[in-house]
Design a protein. Structure first.
Length: 238
């Protein structure tokens, strides 16, 4: 009886070792395929990137099936990548590790290298950004404009803001600045109201307010002058 139990424990330990070595081998194949398909580490939800990731997952699925004989679901593969990244993050988190040396397995080292060389979407342009209608400018938000006048002025501004190292001639720069200023000057500031002229429609609110105050001042002066002319002298003297 004791001998049979001993044999059973030996068999189970051998099975555990065999499964561990198989899993390790499978992980090595997995990380090797992941190195060939780094797009799977992207977090971007841009349509073009999502399409590329789906194709990459299908490719990984086929390669794993050829290497191991087992076909995994795409959700399982995505979850495995997420778990690998989470484990690596926990191991290398500086507030937990402190001055202790970080011991990473060969697979984790390869994943760390992949994550280090991966493009950071906060500082680099994400592939497929055009497909969601985002403007390719360095600022976080750019006002959308329409019409050829706006496009010309925006293109001129983009040339100088995106390529500061490119030396352009003074004439080209001045022409772009003139085009931009003319475009903005030609845009009406408000809808034409009753009694408004072509001249007043171009004025700013500050200019209109100043003219209004001057007209009021003129009105009060004329009113005072009229009172002086119509009021008898003996009342004025009093």
């Amino acid at each position: 009886m004791a001998t049979s139990n001993k044999l059973t424990s030996i068999d189970s330990s051998e099975n555990n070792i065999a499964s561990q070595s198989f899993n390790k081998c499978e992980d090595e194949i997995f990380i090797k395929i992941l190195c060939e398909l780094p797009i799977l580490l992207q977090k971007s939800q841009v349509p073009n990137v999502k399409i590329m990731k789906n194709k990459a997952f299908l490719r990984m699925q086929d390669l794993l099936f050829q290497a191991t004989g087992t076909k995994s679901e795409i959700k399982t593969l995505a979850k495995k990548i997420a778990n690998m990244k989470t484990r690596l993050k926990k191991k290398s988190y500086i507030h937990r590790t402190g001055n202790k040396p970080i011991k990473l397995s060969l697979i984790e080292q390869k994943l760390a290298n992949l994550l280090d060389t991966e493009k950071n979407s906060n500082f680099t342009q994400v592939d497929g950004v055009i497909s969601v209608g985002k403007e390719q400018t360095p600022s976080a938000s750019v006002a959308e404009t329409s019409g050829s006048m706006f496009n010309n002025s925006l293109n001129c501004h983009t040339i100088f803001s995106l390529s500061p190292s490119v030396k352009s001639s003074d004439s080209v720069e001045r022409s772009c600045m003139n085009t931009s200023s003319q475009a903005w000057r030609s845009i009406p500031k408000r809808l034409k109201l009753p009694g408004e002229t072509k001249e007043t429609i171009k004025w700013s609110n500050t200019e209109l307010h100043r003219v209004l105050m001057l007209e009021k001042l003129k009105y009060y002066r004329l009113k005072n002058l009229k009172l002086k002319n119509t009021t008898p002298n003996h009342i004025l003297n009093e």
